[in-house]
Design a protein around this ligand. Structure first.
Ligand code: FAD
Ligand code: A2P
Length: 364
């Protein structure tokens, strides 16, 4: 009896290592699967990281234009709730003997919350103090931004404008424009009501090998100054990491040499980037066109018709017009003649350029 009981117990004990071995095998099998699963997951995460880092600004440039522009800030501040910016600088851009008054004015945006950010080619609104003839607060006036998004001091907290004081004669009296006079007279420390930013017409393309032809009269140079700083100003380039490799050609119209704006900077860019920057001036009251009249930028465009149209044939070329509304018919006329010389039809070509987002106009 005792013997048979001992036999059963011994038999049971013999099974213990078998049970343990089976259990061990099962555990090992599930552990291996778990490790494999983790590894697979890890590699998926790494892939995701690679994909993330692939969507850098260069890649974004190949995305459709509409989507790209959706990121551009607009109307962060509106007339009912403007931001009060502090003036940090206001100085004349003109040399002795110049006509009129044109100032470079900078505002501090640091205190804005939400932050009033902007990109090159946009405008801001300025609300002058005081009331109009009907006793209503003055309406805002738009001004093209003359600084890059990093500001003139590269800190990213300011916005600068290039403002001409409007002055005209009426019934023997000199009339001063409301907002332009207000802006030319403001002093550092003054608070100014700012709205915006607005505008998507004058944005620069993202492509570093784009060609940029700029046609500016007077303060129409404001957005162009921002573009050129983005392209050629050393500290700005360090900040923006945009390595411009194309050709930039500025046609600038001014009444006198003393009225040329940002001239020293432009000469510096010419020296530093002779392969990338070209600068053609039309100084209306010192130079004459072939007909003996005032030299305007459209006359300069005609002189360089061939070269300009060669550039336009390249789909990486964008053309920007800014300044006096009055220059538009003249530019159109010059482009028509220039196109004819190349056997092209400007009235057909211009809408095509516009549709392709390569013809940018902001005149006032
Ligand atoms: P106002 O007091 O408003 O006077 C203008 C009015 O005076 C005109 O509407 C007209 O009725 C009258 N007037 C003007 N000239 C004459 C004349 N010769 N004879 C009789 N009546 C006349 N300006 C800049 O200086 N720099 C810029 O960068 C700039 N960017 C702009 C960007 C955009 C998108 C726009 C739309 C305009 C821009 N302007 C710019 C123009 C600016 O907005 C103002 O229109 C300009 O400063 C004049 O405003 P003001 O308040 O001084 O003149
Ligand atoms: P002008 O005034 O001699 O006729 P600013 O804004 O500093 O006055 O500069 C504007 C420049 O544009 C001036 O040289 C001016 O010449 C010139 N300009 C005036 N009207 C036109 C026009 N219709 N087309 C092109 N340029 C023009």
């Amino acid at each position: 009896m005792f013997y048979s009981q001992a036999k059963v117990i011994a038999g049971g004990l013999v099974h213990i290592p078998i049970v343990i071995s089976v259990f061990y095998l099962i555990m090992t099998f599930f552990n291996k699967r778990a490790i494999k699963f983790e590894e697979a997951n890890k590699s998926k995460k790494t892939e995701a990281k690679v994909v993330e880092s692939k969507t850098d600004p260069k890649q974004a440039a190949s995305k459709p234009t509409k989507k790209k522009h959706a990121d551009v800030p607009v109307n962060i501040y509106r007339p009912k709730t403007p931001f009060e910016g502090t003036v940090t600088g206001n100085y004349s851009l003109l040399k002795e003997g110049a006509i009129g008054r044109v100032n470079h004015i900078t505002f501090d945006l640091k205190e804005s919350d939400p932050f009033l950010n902007y990109v090159e080619g946009q405008s801001i609104g300025i609300m002058p103090v005081g009331e109009d003839a009907n006793g209503k607060p003055h309406k805002l006036r738009l001004y093209s931004i003359a600084s890059t998004r990093h500001g003139d001091d590269f800190e990213g907290n300011t916005v600068s404008l290039c403002v001409r004081q409007l002055q005209y004669e009426k019934d023997g009296e000199t009339i001063n424009g409301v907002c332009s006079t207000y802006l030319c007279d403001i002093k550092p420390g003054d608070k100014v009501k700012i709205t915006g930013p607005v505008g998507k017409e004058m944005l620069l393309p993202d492509e570093e090998d784009a060609n940029i032809v700029m046609l500016a009269t007077g303060t129409g140079i404001a957005p162009m100054r921002a573009y050129l700083r983005r392209m050629f100003e050393a500290t700005e380039k360090e900040k923006n990491k945009w390595n411009f490799k194309g050709k930039a050609w500025l046609f600038m119209g001014a009444p006198k040499s003393a009225n040329l704006l940002y001239e020293e900077d432009l000469q510096r860019y010419l020296e530093n980037y002779p392969e990338n920057f070209k600068y053609t001036k039309a100084i209306s009251r010192e130079q004459q066109n072939t007909k003996g009249g005032r030299m305007y930028i459209q006359d300069r465009v005609l002189e360089s018709a061939n070269e300009i149209f060669n550039m336009i044939e390249d789909e990486k070329t964008h053309i920007y017009l800014c300044g006096l509304k009055g220059m538009e018919p003249g530019i159109d006329e010059a482009m028509t003649k220039a196109a004819e010389e190349k056997g092209l039809n400007w009235s057909e070509l211009r809408p095509q350029l516009k549709k392709a987002g390569r013809w940018h106009v902001e005149t006032y």
